[in-house]
Design a protein around this ligand. Structure first.
Ligand code: TEU
Ligand code: CA
Length: 565
């Protein structure tokens, strides 16, 4: 595999609205991020992905953009953005923007012009259809955030398509003029000195040639967007063109948010000269999904988590590099979803960190993950900000769940969990703002916060720093970055263990997610002789040692061991 500058890096996702507020209006902003760059540098991260900060009505918290060339005043100014890029660069870090081009905002001027003159140039930027006198919609597709994908184009006798919220009209990628507008914007941002993009919801840009209904899959008579996506062919033409015209001239680093690529498409997406540099491994996020809604999702346990991870590596093999996560701004907190109440503690949070972080791939840390932030209890539906959670609550109620049951589901799955203010200290509002935070903080900030963990040698934060340092240690880097990923054979219940193997080294990464002690047989080396023991490169404060051909792990222990014959 051709080596790239980003292969040995560590990435960090910032959700700007909740990261750090510099002016007391309760909303995180660019100056807030700048004020925490030293914290991020000290943590050891290199690539910063910012969720959208463009001008936006924030109907979907910035994933609805009304001007691709402007910063929303709530987050700051273009000057602040330039300062952030420069200050990051000074510290050897690079910034990624979020590229949200499946849709724009209904407050974008393109959409306004389409409303004024649907048959004109800008009408062709969207998917418009004539209204049926009987009120039948063009298709029965259900939008991701609930309800039909079609709404009235204001002031006209037409409808427009939106696979997300009605304030997020889909852009018509079949129109070459629209595509050129997108590429122009990408190049403009690259000229500003960013490192590249995280690419939002990109699989949705290709629709089937003919729009038609699919069998209804809920009693609302609608059908999941997934069915239409399955039928859509030829996304590669758009993605290849975007790569060649916009990314390649700048050698942009790109990470695709791709949920449902077609069987066998992985090499096209992230193989040699793929459409993107990398894409997220979402196998854990997809686990247990149900067509009925969040309330019907199957909960994941450690054994299923391990199977997802191992399955992903089997699928990708040597094709390319995944980006690995345990959470992001659309997901519950990893420590809450992947660690059940019985096993959640600092040691298991560290074990979770180790097993995902040392996989083959580019690790992303989501803000607050490094201190072990958790889901918050949602007490009432009025408290919810996230449009997707509000819809999912209603879906659960319609399916017959009680208010309490529906809230319990939402508490577990809500996107708001990831969006609560970053917990900097035990001061009021977690040190995030001197004003009223836009979203209520998690009350556990009194216990879980950066200030308390900084400098405490056995904190989750200190452990993340050690993990990052270990992955970058010149003595092992080649093995962690390019070594093969080989599942350990002897992985019992609640244990996740694998080998990272280069020509010179075999490193065992293992976590015990149960309270009982376990022991695993060490594998054989390349020459067939069994490993007898090894050098412990990192522990998590719980007893772990390799001896007499076995690795011993106390309850909740995690170990990274350089194996020796
Ligand atoms: O998420 C995409 C998304 O919401 C998923 O629903 C995905 O399309 C689906 O699971 C495929 O099976 C991105 C952003 O991360 C999210 O915050 C936005 O709300 C959304 O796109 C719309 O821009
Ligand atoms: Ca602010």
């Amino acid at each position: 595999m051709e080596k790239k500058w980003w292969h040995d890096k560590v990435a960090y996702q910032i959700y700007p609205k909740s990261f750090m507020d510099s002016n007391g209006d309760g909303i995180g902003d660019l100056q807030g991020i700048i004020s925490r760059l030293d914290y991020l540098k000290d943590l050891g991260v290199d690539i910063l992905w910012l969720s959208p900060i463009y001008k936006s009505p924030l109907a979907d918290e910035g994933y609805d953009i009304s001007d691709y060339y402007a910063i929303d005043p709530r987050f700051g100014s273009m000057q602040d953005m330039e300062e952030l890029i420069a200050e990051a660069k000074k510290r050897g870090m690079t910034v990624l923007m979020d590229l949200v081009v499946n849709h724009c905002s209904d407050e974008h001027e393109w959409f306004k012009k389409a409303c004024e003159d649907p048959d004109g140039q800008y009408g062709k930027y969207f998917y418009l259809r004539d209204k049926d006198p009987e009120g039948k919609l063009p298709t029965n597709w259900r939008s991701y955030f609930g309800g039909p994908c079609w709404d009235e184009l204001p002031g006209t006798d037409k409808l427009y398509l939106h696979v997300f919220h009605r304030k997020q009209p889909d852009l018509n990628w079949e129109n070459p003029q629209l595509r050129e507008e997108v590429y122009k914007n990408i190049r403009w941002w690259m000229e500003k000195g960013i490192g590249g993009f995280r690419i939002d919801a990109i699989i949705n840009i290709k629709k089937p040639a003919v729009f038609h209904d699919y069998p209804a899959d809920r009693d609302d008579g609608l059908s999941s967007v997934d069915n239409m996506l399955m039928e859509a062919e030829g996304i590669g033409e758009f993605l290849g063109e975007m790569r060649d015209k916009a990314f390649a001239p700048y050698d942009a680093f790109t990470v695709g948010e791709v949920f449902n690529e077609k069987e066998g498409d992985l090499p096209l997406f992230i193989g040699e000269n793929g459409y993107f540099s990398t894409m997220f491994d979402f196998s854990v996020e997809l686990y247990g999904r149900s067509g009925k809604g969040w309330f019907d999702m199957k909960r994941i346990d450690i054994d299923a988590f391990r199977n997802c991870m191992f399955g992903a590596h089997e699928k990708i093999g040597d094709i390319g590099f995944y980006s690995t996560i345990i959470e992001n701004h659309d997901e519950p907190r990893g420590a809450s979803r992947l660690l059940s109440d019985e096993i959640r503690c600092d040691a298991s949070k560290k074990a979770l960190a180790a097993v995902y972080f040392l996989r083959r791939g580019l690790p992303f840390i989501y803000q607050g993950q490094e201190i072990g932030m958790e889901n918050k209890k949602i007490r009432s539906v009025q408290e919810l900000d996230d449009i997707s959670s509000i819809d999912s609550y209603e879906v659960a109620r319609r399916a017959g769940l009680t208010n309490e049951e529906a809230l319990e589901t939402i508490t577990f799955h809500s996107r708001d969990n990831a969006r609560t203010p970053m917990q900097w200290s035990d001061e009021e509002h977690a040190g995030f703002t001197t004003g009223d935070p836009w979203l209520r903080e998690n009350p556990n900030y009194r216990q879980i916060n950066v200030q308390e963990q900084l400098g405490r040698e056995d904190s989750v934060l200190s452990y993340y720093k050690k993990l990052i340092a270990l992955r970058k240690d010149p003595a092992y880097k080649d093995t962690f970055v390019y070594g093969d990923f080989v599942p350990a054979e002897d992985c019992g219940h609640n244990v996740i263990a694998y080998l990272r193997k280069s020509k010179e080294q075999t490193i065992l990464v293992a976590g015990n997610f149960g309270a009982q002690d376990v022991s695993l047989k060490l594998p054989r080396g390349a020459d067939g002789s069994a490993f007898k023991g090894g050098k412990l490169l990192l522990d998590n404060g719980k007893e772990a040692y390799a001896e007499d051909g076995r690795l011993h792990l106390a309850g909740f222990a995690a170990a990274v061991v350089l194996l020796e014959a």
